[in-house]
Design a binder for this molecule. Structure first.
Ligand code: HEM
Length: 393
């Protein structure tokens, strides 16, 4: 494997996709960052898929070590029957049939309200004014927590995502979020409504209601998982389109292409590039012996650019007609919110393209996708000719 030292803080100038390309070619299963590392990295599509679909040999418990101190008890760190039972408590709320009602009551009004905020302007930073606010307001609405506090959720989510890189900050954010949520949780315990917080606080396992540890675990996971991933993915979709004005025009005149925009962007530049597992026994992957008890990073971002699966994988190609990506993972932990994310991205992008004629990148302000485990453009400075009115109501 490329012996790039991934711990030397040089990531700013480092292209993770070049690194993964070398890994796929030279050592697709190997120690992450050098021979001394006790973390292993899996980079080819077939191997990532195999690991994620084999929960017996590749456990999710490892997420308890990294996320547990910050998030508490979360389904991302559960295996087997325990995982199935807890996931089922909330899964119904994220099925396409359940989401249909959110489209007109929550998702469409939220994005149009945000675009209304650009009225009389011809410039904006779409990250600051749209993408950083839209998915967090939607997930707050789904959960039933006040969406006007989205600024705080966004800050807490960003801080919690720092995890082991900065435990004092991430644990403080986690405590602040719990303190904020406590009166809401206590209110719904006493007076359940039809929101998801009520579902969670009244859910029962073996005839017993969930303890606070599990309740806050769900809320601490769902708010950031629902907000930060999709916010970043929307930035990636917008940048992909804005960098190709001819494609943007094509999509504007044929919005049915938006599904392809979303899927190709999730393949080309997913917002969540890695998921973690731990080996429960010695296991061979792609001819390499991996010991028991090691931490495995499955690079879904790398798998999505595997040249044995995709032609010219580094190219963003709207007309690509190739097998699906693995941006939402696969197997039992496959993203619970993927239908919601797809719906938000399609509706959010459609609203921006329809209502902002002449939308283009500010030529004086270059931007690019940044980050490692989470990737997105930090800013999207754009110019547009005007802001057209939104739908009535
Ligand atoms: C484009 C946006 C998104 C991406 C790229 C993404 C990616 C992922 C991935 C890769 C996993 C699998 C983790 C694993 O196998 O360990 C996952 C799990 C999960 N995602 Fe998403 N996600 C997105 C949006 C959302 C949204 C909108 C929600 C809303 C609640 C959500 C909630 C979850 C939850 C709860 C899990 C854990 C599922 C489990 O452990 O059973 N995600 N996501």
């Amino acid at each position: 494997m490329a012996d790039t030292d991934v711990d030397d803080g040089s990531f700013e100038s480092f292209d993770i996709y070049d690194y993964w390309k070398e890994c796929r070619r030279d050592q697709p299963v190997g120690r992450f960052g050098g021979p001394e590392s006790d973390i292993w990295l899996v980079t080819r599509y077939a191997d990532v898929e195999r690991v994620l679909r084999d929960p017996k040999r590749f456990s999710s418990r490892v997420n308890a070590d990294t996320m547990g101190p910050v998030m508490g008890t979360v389904i991302l760190a559960m295996d087997g029957e325990e995982h199935r039972r807890y996931r089922n408590l909330v899964a119904h709320a994220f099925r396409p049939s359940a989401l249909a009602s959110w489209e007109s009551t929550l998702i469409v009004p939220t994005i149009h309200r945000l675009v209304d905020g650009l009225a009389d302007r011809t410039r904006a930073d779409l990250v600051e004014e749209i993408t950083s606010q839209f998915p967090v307001q939607v997930i707050a609405g789904v959960l039933g927590v006040p969406s006007e506090d989205h600024g705080r959720f966004h800050e807490w989510a960003l801080d919690m995502n720092k995890g082991p890189d900065d435990y004092p900050v991430s644990i403080a954010a986690s405590a602040a979020m719990r303190a904020y949520l406590t009166p809401i949780v206590e209110d719904r315990k006493a007076h359940p409504t039809d929101d998801l917080v009520s579902d969670i606080v009244t859910a029962e396992i073996d005839g017993e209601r969930l303890g606070d540890e599990h309740i806050y675990g769900f809320l601490r996971l769902l708010l950031p998982a629902g907000a930060e991933t999709t916010f970043a993915a929307m930035g990636n979709c917008l940048l992909a389109l804005l960098e190709k004005p001819a494609v943007l025009d094509r999509v504007r005149s044929d919005p049915s292409l938006l599904d392809a925009v979303v899927e190709e962007t999730l393949r080309w530049e997913t917002s969540v590039t890695m998921v973690n597992r731990e080996t429960t026994c010695p296991v061979e992957i792609d001819g390499v012996e991996v010991p028991e008890g090691v931490s495995l990073v499955c690079a879904t971002g790398s798998a999505n650019r595997d040249e044995s699966r995709y032609t010219d994988p580094d190219l963003w190609d709207l007309d690509r007609n190739e097998p699906p990506h693995i941006a939402f993972g696969t197997g039992r932990h496959q993203c619970l919110g993927m239908h919601l994310a797809r719906m938000e991205l399609r509706i959010g992008l459609a609203a921006l393209l329809q209502r902002l004629p002449g939308l283009r990148l500010d030529p004086d302000d270059a931007v690019r996708v940044e980050g490692l485990a989470f990737r997105s453009p930090p800013r999207l400075p754009v110019i547009f000719d005007s802001v057209l009115p939104g739908p009535p109501g």
